[in-house]
Design a protein around this ligand. Sequence first.
Ligand SMILES: [Zn+2]
Length: 98
Amino acid sequence: MTNRFEVVHPSEAECADSVICRRLTHPLLLPDNLIDLCSKCGEAIQHRPDGPKTPPKICDQCAGPIMEAEAAKGELVTMVTPKTAVELVEWFRKKTAN
Ligand SMILES: [Zn+2]
């Protein structure tokens, strides 16, 4: 198996092991982000309102070691939905424009 990055239909994203979320920031990274708690450490996190509902949401700091271990085994599968991919591109454009 090899590490993969996939753009998937939102229904496929519901089958993910977890949704990686950024920890809470002030202001929020996107103004309509929702606030929740990391299911692993309990820290406040933020996530998109239309993100997958089924997988547990974990913060980026909890996800880091898990992702590194999976990547080392060649088993890391990173998925984003088409809408998230567009939002990420827009966010990076704004961030690099300043
Ligand atoms: Zn966490």
